[in-house]
Design a protein around this ligand. Sequence first.
Ligand SMILES: [Ca+2]
Length: 374
Amino acid sequence: MEVSGMSLNAKNLENLHTQMFAEACYSSLTARSRYQGIYTGLLSCRARSCSNSGSTMVKKLLVDVDCGVDDAQAIMLALAAPDVEVLGITCVHGNTTVENVCKNTLRVLKACQRLEIPVFRGASKPILGKTLSAGHFHGHDGLGDAPDPDAPSLEMVQKEGAVAAMIRIVSEHAGEVSLVATAPLTNLALATRMDPTFPQKLKGLYIMGGNTDSRGNTTMCAEFNFAADPEAAYIVLKDFQCPTYIACWEFTCRSKLPWEFCDAWLAQDSDKARFMKRIFQHSIEASSSERSQKEMVDGMGFVSCDSYAMAAAVDDSFVTECERVAVSVELTGSYTRGMMVLDTLDMMKKEHKAFVMKKVDLEKFKALMMAALK
Ligand SMILES: [Ca+2]
């Protein structure tokens, strides 16, 4: 993996971690340089999993979604990935209403015959500001307005609320759970306000959201998930000290797949592929609109935004290059509210740095995506 221009071969990095892990069991390491922080972050994860023998092989995920079409794609990717256990899916406002998000999540789980995974209802509005929706792209119901008369009943949504469930599940598996957030970060911000120890119990946090080059897809300078709740994004990027990977808007565009891949992906002979084809049609058509073309960075193509954050969570070798930098969110700018801020000058003097994803293994991504609809 390459970090901030420092090239690290993935195998060498793994060997280095193994060697350092033995030392870490006896002594705590202090980050002495900008780069050493990556080792200590990963080691602390391993040290925690050390006390949970037998559970280190399976990746435990908690997924927070505003289930539009790319959330559906990300969920299906996780469910098909080997050695991944989805402990629960928490729902939040975003692409559509939280009620639709719950329903959509159940529809996705039904399509994958995985309705045993618990679904929790979360925040219906952002902490402050107006509620957005992305109906122009995902359809008003979030899944392309494709009729589904056999959709599971909302009675299948758990009685326990999403924020309480997040805190409980992460406490029950302290140090083992990676949280994948592919939506406005309202539930996560509320969780850390309800239980300040919540972030430190996470193994890692994987976010789809924000931007690196001030390119907006919702406002001039803001990406949808951060624009839909800037205060929540601010709280999460400030309070969550666990290893944090961010798949930003421009990165997902630059990591796009050709539409030919999408055609072959949807043409697979399976119920899951037929389901995806139905719910994705609206977005495929919307992708060619003048508005969508302006939003895109570096040309057109198939961008399954949320799937990049999910792929990073399910496969440690997926991310091949990151920028390690402190990040925050602009809250007050009249043009820039919701824009992610990268402190490349280190002026915030923030100890916690995020891993902003730069490059990924696209062949692995294609394989994970293909498997999702098999
Ligand atoms: Ca989403």
